[in-house]
Design a protein around this ligand. Structure first.
Ligand code: RIB
Length: 305
């Protein structure tokens, strides 16, 4: 089976649910608190594995309780952990996630902890897995030098690369040509162009500017609206899944999309089919609480009419 290698961070998500996300300087009374596995790269790895992919994950965790939480979920969903490095010096990171209980919207502050200490040497230890994968997927939460080093290994070995620029950060111009599929959300896409992207029309207007940076394909995820795709030959919009259940938590939905898209691209799906599959996967994830813990099972996607 073709495999997917994902580089990114694991952190414990500390999620606070309240009637609204507090404004600057404001204190509010929260209603629920949940601790669960998180970190964009780790969520994407869990999503890809639950979507049917064979996943190798590269990260660093602490020798602590939250590190054990990572090991537990990787064992449950069958993620290869050969390149999950354990630091005796640094603790596993954490994220504070504030969630609006009425709308499911969120605001996040993430401290990568041990995963912020990933090094080029760690990436070199994972070189065999990167080189021999069908897909390499990463984001911008791990140290940027390790992300770029791994992308270079992938690209120079003809591995398809998916780059989720989250959180958005300035990239050198020689990085963009290493990217086959660039997957920003609205705000991340806006960061790379001279304008605001909020909907399909804006995405269509600015996608060419992103392609001109040197990426081969751009997929702009527009939350509950859907996904806009463009490359040098075609462009189209794939609307989001019409959800039957209430949205309770949108955190991790972008990760659900990226992980499921990577898994679908390892199968015999074309890009449009892979986007449709990932859209459904991400949509369903918003109807459950948590990030990694909200990823649906493959059969739930197949059971959708
Ligand atoms: O995309 C959601 C993730 O971003 C959360 O799990 C949090 O840990 C942050 O990394």
């Amino acid at each position: 089976m073709k495999s997917i290698t994902i580089l990114g961070i694991f952190v414990a998500d500390l999620a606070f649910f309240s009637k609204k996300i507090p404004a600057r300087g404001e204190t509010i009374l929260g209603e629920d608190f949940v601790v669960g596995p998180g970190g964009k790269g780790s969520n994407q790895a869990v999503a890809a594995a639950k979507a049917g992919g064979q996943v190798n994950f590269i990260t660093k965790i602490g020798n602590d309780q939250y590190g054990d939480m990572a090991k537990k979920i990787y064992s449950e969903v069958n993620i290869e952990t050969k390149n999950v490095f354990i630091s005796d010096k640094f603790s596993t990171g954490v994220a504070a996630i504030l969630i609006n209980k009425e709308t499911g919207d969120n605001a996040i502050s993430v401290v990568p902890g041990a995963a912020g200490q990933l090094t080029i040497e760690d990436i070199n230890k994972a070189e065999y897995e990167i080189k021999n994968s069908e897909i390499f997927l990463t984001q911008l939460e791990a140290p940027i030098n390790t992300v770029i080093h791994a992308l270079k290994i992938a690209k120079s070995n003809n591995v398809k690369t998916i780059f989720n620029p989250a959180p958005a950060a300035k990239l050198d111009k020689d990085v963009f040509p290493l990217i086959d599929f660039f997957t920003p959300n609205e705000s991340e896409a806006s960061f790379y162009v001279d304008g605001e992207i909020n909907n399909e029309e804006d995405a269509k207007k600015y996608a060419k500017d992103i392609l001109q940076l040197g990426v081969k394909n751009v997929l702009i995820t527009l939350g509950e609206k859907g996904v806009y795709f463009e490359n040098s030959k075609e462009n189209y919009f794939v609307p989001a899944l019409d959800l039957k259940d209430k949205v309770v938590d949108t955190s991790g939905a972008g990760d659900a999309f990226n992980g499921a898209f990577a898994a679908a691209m390892c199968e015999n799906m074309n890009v449009k089919e892979a986007i449709e599959f990932a859209n459904k996967f991400a949509g369903l994830s918003t109807t459950k609480i948590g990030t990694a813990n909200s990823m649906p099972l493959r059969r739930e996607i197949e059971n959708l009419t």
